[in-house]
Write a protein that binds this ligand. Structure first.
Ligand code: NOJ
Length: 567
């Protein structure tokens, strides 16, 4: 049989670099500070580029570095074409681009265009009703009772409308009041966004991660939402009526004919919708971030206070993964992630950040890097960084956490933050935003100054320098997995098959491509587990234990043991 007859279409015709890439997300504020002001910066990233190169990653997704008042750490942009002073300037950014490109690492920028900062020039002109800018945002008069124009709820808790004294109208913000939503109905807004995207592409960026991009179209007339279990109004701003039209237009105006990576962050999207965004007849996006698995430990209401807020069921994760792996096998493309700057640390949430921290960090790495699709590694996960104990609310910076804690205290009549401390420790986005722990010196080698957010107390033990010299290094394990993935297409393009779907603790699956087949077996629990996999023969490729379970078909796996076989 010749090569092309052997290879399924999607590998031969649809092969692209971003499908085969391992993406590493940098949250610049917390990555590395070069000038001692306590805030990470671009020079700090440049100083650590070899860390990325050693890990073997192919793409850096840079969370926003644009000029911003940082009401939401840069997701509130005041100038899309300038670098924030905290992070450096455009020449620093250009040097970073060149340093990454020199190492064959691509750079993907965060595109935040559902909203701007209220300090963006467009908003300032709009609130003054300057010619041509009146309708750049959603401005409305009060409802008849003088209150906000509708009942939509903000992602950060509370209402989505704020009153502007200058314009004497309300403006819409699905996030913080300092993040007014752009009015995508206005063709001039769209044109300005496309022009800015083209400008960045001309500067050599290799793609975009598109912030909450499925929120940009709102139901005309902005009607009230149904009050129910979830955030009120979502049916009017998630996957809204003109979303596909807008994204297709963006494709035509910006992306067509360019070899770039795009990933749309899309809360509330199912597989069929994912295909409309990324499939053959879709809108031209490469992939999306789904949120289904981020709801495993709650029902969508992340801050709904309930008992057992840390509990989740591995069978639900399997059901989700199996469905998405199969669902996008022929059309569209999966992006695989377990955490990012908006989620708690993966080892604390899905693994064990105590006795089995190292083993479970490696197990989660195995999971991410052996599924088909593009894997995303969030900074610090490659050394198994953990959640933090937020002793009092004054230590927290994240607007989402602070707002929700205040709302919970009011709603449940709680006077003392200590009653919510455990819940905040499990949920807060700041868990993932503490400075990267580079070594055991003061402030974990992140800064010579006072870090903008506290460093996790465990930095003297958990840090890059210690990990990289340890016999059981998580970093080295990740690197080996990245190498293996680069060597074998089966991990990228393989066809997924689930084993033992009802097992409560062990996640096992195969990936097959042509005549290659690999079996991945993961014990997601802190006890030994014995499973019969029905596969009698296999050559061990990877294990996170020195004395791995290899006696197929019956394996007795140690706590958080991860094993990959060629079968
Ligand atoms: C999603 C981003 O990931 C998050 O950090 C941000 O707060 C919101 N979008 C608003 O931009």
């Amino acid at each position: 049989m010749n090569e092309s007859a052997q290879t399924p279409d999607r590998t031969s015709e649809d092969r692209t670099w971003w499908k085969e890439a391992v993406v590493y997300q940098i949250y610049p504020k917390s990555f590395n500070d070069s000038d001692g002001d306590g805030v990470g910066d671009i020079q700090g990233i440049i100083d650590r580029v070899d860390h990325l190169d050693d890990l073997g990653i192919d793409v850096v997704w840079l969370s926003p570095v644009y000029a911003s008042p940082h009401a939401d750490n840069g997701y509130d942009i005041s100038d899309y074409r300038a670098i924030d002073d905290r992070f450096g300037d455009m020449s620093d950014w250009e040097r970073l681009r060149d340093e990454l490109h020199a190492r064959d690492i691509k750079v993907v920028m965060d595109l935040v265009v559902n909203h701007t900062s209220d300090e963006h020039e467009w908003f300032e002109k709009s609130r003054r009703r300057e010619d041509g800018y009146e309708d750049y945002y959603y401005w409305r008069d009060p409802a008849e009772d003088g209150g906000p124009p509708n009942n939509w709820e903000s992602f950060f808790g509370g209402q989505t409308w704020s009153w502007d004294e200058e314009r004497q109208q309300y403006y819409l913000h699905l996030f913080d009041e300092k993040q007014p939503d752009l009015n995508w109905e206005n063709p001039q807004v769209r044109e300005d966004v496309y022009e800015m995207m083209n400008w960045w592409l001309e500067k050599g960026v290799d793609g975009f991660r598109m912030d909450v991009i499925n929120l940009i179209s709102k139901t005309r007339g902005l009607p009230d939402g149904e009050e129910g279990d979830w955030q009120t109004g979502v049916e009017h701003f998630m996957n809204g009526p003109r979303i596909h039209e807008f994204l297709q237009e963006m494709y035509d105006e910006v992306l067509a004919g360019r070899d770039v990576m795009t990933v749309g962050e899309m809360p509330g999207v199912d597989i069929e919708e994912a295909k409309q965004y990324t499939g053959a007849d879709g809108d031209g996006l490469g992939m999306i971030f789904t949120f289904e698995h981020m709801n495993l430990d709650h029902d969508g209401g992340r801050w709904d206070l309930h008992e057992d807020y840390e509990a989740w069921d591995l069978r639900d994760l399997k059901e989700f993964v199996g469905r998405w792996q199969r669902g996008l096998a022929e059309e569209g493309w999966n992006s695989n992630y377990l955490g990012n700057h908006d989620q708690p640390r993966i080892v604390s949430r899905f693994g064990d950040d105590g006795q089995y921290r190292v083993e479970s960090a490696k197990l989660l790495g195995t999971f991410l890097l052996t599924l088909s699709g593009t894997p995303y590694v969030y900074q610090g996960d490659e050394i198994g960084m953990t959640n933090v104990d937020w002793q009092h609310l004054g230590e927290v910076v994240d607007v989402d956490t602070i707002n929700h804690v205040e709302l919970l205290m009011a709603e449940h009549d709680i006077d003392d933050y200590q009653e919510l401390r455990g819940f905040v420790n499990a949920r807060s986005r700041d868990n993932a935003r503490t400075p990267v722990q580079w070594d055991d010196s003061d402030s974990a080698g992140f800064t010579d100054g006072k870090p903008w957010l506290k460093v996790n107390d465990n930095y003297t033990e958990i840090n890059v320098a210690a990990d990289r010299t340890a016999d059981d290094s998580v970093f080295e394990y990740y690197r080996d997995l990245v190498d293996l993935r680069n060597e074998r297409d089966v991990f990228v393009y393989g066809e997924f098959e689930m084993f033992l779907p009802d097992h409560e603790h062990v996640f096992a699956f195969t990936q097959s491509l042509d005549d290659e087949r690999v079996l991945v077996v993961l014990n997601f629990s802190d006890e030994p587990r014995t499973v019969d996999l029905g596969e009698s023969d296999g050559r061990l490729l990877v294990s996170n234990y020195d004395d791995p379970a290899t006696d197929l078909p019956t394996l007795t796996l140690a706590p958080f043991e991860a094993t990959v076989f060629e079968v």
